[in-house]
Design a protein around this ligand. Structure first.
Ligand code: FAD
Length: 240
């Protein structure tokens, strides 16, 4: 079962109007909040922002930083969390640390929780290495790896039962234990993240994360999403 999940926690209401107001203040003599009644409605504001700030690679990304979205990401492997956290500007993370949590690993060791609820292994299938050479991940190999996860979970439980701290015991866990986190992006940082992590040479699992983030963005800022999808998504057009 694919357990990966992304849920919306909160987002700036009317993000495209908010970006419009910021842009509009740049060239307005007046105080834009006083003219709120004259602002275009959300969809129209989005269209205007695309035209004046983004279309034709204008690159006026600054006003996009005012809108924020907060999402809960669940059940992704540790490697994805590590990769995501390399993005520092306009992004913030709170991650299940494994210093204060770890009971789920103990429960998996006892069989009270499915092992794959706490550890991620790729599905059986055909994969390629970084040079494009193909190889197979078979049922037998995967079963062997699951055994290793079981043994690690049991040893982890043994250490906790013996009074070891979670931060000490976690060192023996397989690298891709599953971790939940909360991430917030400015709208600009969200697009930057998609530039770098939805492109085809990014790791498969973080591309799946991008696929799950994307519908939240489309629902939140549809006009900007439509522009981005057409002009940049998956095209590896990287911002500097
Ligand atoms: C496919 C892929 C593979 C990767 N592999 C590895 C790897 O093997 N090992 C590894 O360590 N990392 C790796 N990275 C991470 C990468 O090296 C960057 O650390 C990461 O992408 C964050 O860079 P960013 O441009 O998104 O920075 P962000 O922190 O998101 O910043 C956004 C933008 O702000 C500007 N900015 C931020 N900080 C500065 C600064 N100090 N000075 C000037 N401008 C700044 C830049 O324009 C930057 O693009 C990989 C990234 C990708 C996408």
């Amino acid at each position: 079962m694919n357990r990966f999940r992304v849920e919306l926690i909160a987002a700036t209401p009317n993000p495209q109007q908010c970006i419009y107001a910021a842009m509009h203040q740049d060239y307005s003599e007046g105080f834009v909040a006083a003219d709120r009644a004259d602002w275009p409605e959300e969809a129209k504001a989005g269209e205007i922002c695309v035209k004046r700030l983004l279309a034709g690679e204008r690159g006026h990304y600054g006003p996009l930083e005012h809108a924020q979205i907060v999402l809960n990401v669940g059940w992704f492997p540790h490697s994805v969390m590590q990769q995501a956290r390399t993005h520092r500007v306009g992004v913030s993370f709170d991650v299940q640390s494994m210093r204060y949590t770890g009971d789920r690993i103990r429960r998996a060791a006892r069989g009270d929780l499915e092992l794959e609820e706490v550890f991620y292994l790729r599905p059986v299938g055909s994969y390629s290495d970084r040079q494009g050479k193909k190889y197979a991940y078979t049922e037998e190999q995967r079963a062997k790896d699951l055994q290793l996860c079981q043994a690690a979970a049991e040893r982890y439980a043994e250490l906790l039962d013996a009074g070891f701290a979670e931060e000490h015991a976690r060192g023996i866990l397989p690298f891709d234990y599953r971790q939940h986190f909360v991430v917030s992006f400015s709208l600009r940082a969200f697009l930057h993240f998609m530039d770098l992590r939805a492109k085809l040479d990014a790791q498969e699992e973080i591309r799946v994360l991008c696929d799950l983030l994307w519908p939240h963005f489309v629902a939140w800022a549809p006009e900007i999403a439509a522009w981005y999808e057409k002009s940049r998504l998956h095209k590896a057009r990287l911002a500097p």
